[in-house]
Ligand binder design. Structure first.
Ligand code: HEM
Ligand SMILES: *[C@@H]1O[C@H](CO)[C@@H](O)[C@H](O)[C@H]1NC(C)=O
Length: 385
């Protein structure tokens, strides 16, 4: 649409006027320069959602489920102070989170937010809200259990402990936002925003490694030179691993998993690229148009780690690298996501070599678009190094 209508154009989604921002200049002007006036979110009547063991050695398998479980346990550690292995209630929580994101494709969600009365159609509301409701119920149960073992005398071990302590302090203050309900919402937000995004990015990473074996080998060479096989990777290694860092950034740029970002709303009349945008307008940041901007990237539609390397092989980060968006509402989990991507990716390539299973066709780069963009399902083999 950008080629027909330019970098800033408006359209009508049901009864809501929305503006789509395309390209680095427009997105940066709206999110950073005018960041104060574009930091609202549109109201959302429906709740807005925003290890490879020896068992599988050499045999083909789909990596997505294992990546998802591994990443989920990082969020579980931060919010609940523990990891889960095969606890059926935790596995159900993960299933529900995934279902919820799948069911409500971006478009259906926008329509339901724009026309909340549709939510009264029994079948439709049930379909969209079912897994979200079940997710919150399951999470509520987990948090109730956590509260029973909570010991206020101990320093907080995780986010829930800290929140419960604030709730205690705020007792009797009806204005306080430290409530049971908000605890559930905050933890739900972190789970939903943090699990599928990171694990989908890692799924893109492994796919790109089996499709580009030369890149995989160069990453492994760098891992061997800088870390070796005797210890696990640490964040301190990153500064000495420009190639691996470039590859991870290119995986994010190429994967482009949140193509239309998360909607914002103007809190004031503003001007962007000379266009007047009234207060209360919903904004879509077309992150895809920035991550694949032909004016910035040498090969926008190819996987090309050199996008992030200068002539001397040093890591460089072009301004148009915006997978987390920009400005004051940019992804709150970016620092955590950066660490997870580096540590999981290097650990996996330190321990294993990945390849397309013998006799299977090469998987494609094709994209499955729902709220997030995931790679088409694929299998790989993992052989210990
Ligand atoms: C590769 C991984 C990730 C990507 C690509 C990603 C991307 C994004 C994007 C594009 C937004 C919308 C920003 C905007 O509205 O302008 C966002 C928001 C958000 N992300 Fe992430 N994210 C990732 C990982 C995480 C993780 C690990 C967490 C939490 C632990 C997280 C928590 C959040 C939260 C809470 C918001 C909403 C912030 C707000 O409304 O102010 N994200 N993310
Ligand atoms: C977003 O950008 C991509 C790539 O430039 C483009 O193909 C697509 O039409 C844009 N989407 C919208 C809604 O403008």
């Amino acid at each position: 649409m950008r080629h027909r209508f330019g970098d800033v154009f408006s359209l009508q989604l049901a009864w809501t006027p929305v503006v789509v921002l395309n390209g680095l200049a427009a997105v940066r002007e709206a999110m950073v320069t005018r960041g104060e006036d574009t930091a609202d979110r549109p109201p959302a009547p429906i709740y807005q959602v925003p290890g490879f063991g020896p068992r599988s050695q050499g045999r083909p398998f789909r990596p997505n489920g294992l990546l998802y479980k591994a990443v989920s346990n990082v969020i579980a550690s931060l919010t609940c102070g523990r990891r889960f292995k095969d606890d059926p209630r935790f596995l159900r929580l993960l299933d529900l989170a995934q279902e919820g994101l799948k069911e409500e494709t971006g478009f259906l969600r926008e329509v339901l937010n724009a026309i909340p009365v549709l939510l009264r159609i029994p079948g439709l509301a049930g379909k969209v809200l079912h897994s979200q409701k079940a997710f919150l119920a399951q999470l509520g149960e987990l948090l109730t259990k956590h509260r029973m073992i909570w010991n206020p005398a101990q320093p907080p071990q995780d986010l829930t402990d800290a929140f419960l302590a604030e709730m205690d302090k705020a007792k009797g203050n009806p204005e306080s936002s430290f409530s049971d309900e908000n605890l559930c919402m905050v933890v739900a937000d972190l789970f939903l925003a943090g699990m599928v995004t990171t694990s989908t990015t890692l799924a893109w990473g492994l796919l790109l490694m089996i499709l580009h074996l030369d890149v995989q080998r160069r990453v492994q060479q760098e891992i061997d030179d800088v870390i070796g096989q005797m210890r696990r990777p640490e964040m301190g290694d990153q500064a000495r691993m420009p190639y691996t860092t470039a590859v991870i950034h290119e995986v994010q740029r190429f994967g482009d998993i949140v193509p239309l970002g998360v909607t914002h709303m103007t809190s004031r009349d503003i001007e962007v690229q000379g266009f007047h945008i009234p207060k209360g307008t919903t904004l879509f940041t077309n992150l895809s148009s920035v991550l694949k901007d032909e004016a910035v990237w040498e090969k926008p539609f190819r996987f090309h780690p050199e996008h992030f390397l200068d002539a001397q092989g040093h890591f460089v980060k072009p301004e148009a690298f915006l997978p987390f968006s920009a400005g004051r509402r940019a992804c709150l989990g970016e620092p955590l996501a950066r660490m997870e991507l580096f540590l999981f990716f290097t650990c996996l390539l330190q321990g294993f070599s990945f390849s397309v299973p013998a006799g299977q066709p090469r998987p494609s780069h094709s994209r499955v678009v729902s709220f997030l963009v995931t790679p088409s399902p694929y299998e790989l083999c993992a052989v210990p190094r």
